[in-house]
Design a protein around this ligand. Structure first.
Ligand code: GDP
Length: 216
């Protein structure tokens, strides 16, 4: 699905072993002064509600109930920290694009997310999840602007690729790569994934492992 593999078989295997280690929910932070210490490398995940963020986090660690798959705005207000065997953390950023949430509430989450991005030296990369069928929308510019502004390296991940034909996924990937070409902090390569089928997850694990410079 993602052509030109960037990782060797050995790296993919190492990443598989790493992500097979125990993943646990560490804490949810509702304010910037309630964050865990910045002692482990972190990668963060952002995306509109319902994009498949919980499913992707669960799929990466092979733990169905880790991130709560829920579309209720109230459930994803916090910054949620998951720790993988004391080696790295996965951070679930507050979702965006809710029709139901009030403007004030939305603002609050945006500020929390933004403060986090600005001040987190151990944040190695953010992943912005985009539904492969929808592509980038106006509402997705906000997190991209926030990443660019905070100079946080970020990569776009297309989700739910199983809902399209392979050539359509490839077209969506190329279109998205073209759309972000001029964004300063965006990683040029766009990944396509399916949490349902597992496509693209091995590569994403390897990427997180190398980005965080950890070994299993
Ligand atoms: P979140 O709100 O971003 O955390 O999204 P969820 O992970 O809760 O997923 C939202 C909906 O999309 C759920 O009904 C999932 O079953 C579905 N979904 C998530 N990932 C995939 C995928 O890779 N393929 C398919 N077909 N459906 C998916």
């Amino acid at each position: 699905m993602n052509e030109d593999p960037l990782f060797t078989e050995e790296q993919l295997e190492e990443a598989r072993v790493l992500f097979a280690r125990q993943a646990t929910f560490m804490m949810g932070a509702v304010a910037i002064d309630g964050l865990p210490p910045g002692d482990l490398p972190e990668v963060a995940f952002a995306g509109r509600s319902n994009v498949g963020k919980s499913s992707l986090i669960n799929g990466l660690v092979g733990h169905k109930g880790l991130a709560r798959a829920s579309n209720e705005p109230g459930r994803t207000r916090e910054l949620n920290f998951f720790v993988l065997d004391d080696k790295l953390r996965l951070v679930d950023l507050p979702g965006y694009g809710w029709a139901k949430a009030s403007k004030i509430t939305v603002k609050k989450f945006q500020n929390l997310g933004r403060d986090f991005l600005r001040g987190r030296a151990n944040l190695k990369r953010a992943y912005l999840l985009i539904d492969a069928r929808h592509g980038l929308k106006e509402v997705d510019k906000e997190p991209m602007d926030a990443f660019d502004k905070a100079a946080v390296s970020y990569q776009i991940i297309l989700t739910k690729a199983d809902k399209m034909k392979p050539h359509e996924v490839e077209a969506a990937r190329i279109k998205t790569e073209a759309a972000i070409a001029k964004r300063p902090a965006a990683f040029p390569r766009v990944l396509a994934t399916s949490s349902e089928k597992g496509d693209g997850l091995a590569e994403l694990r390897a990427e997180i492992m190398t980005t965080c410079e950890v070994r299993p």
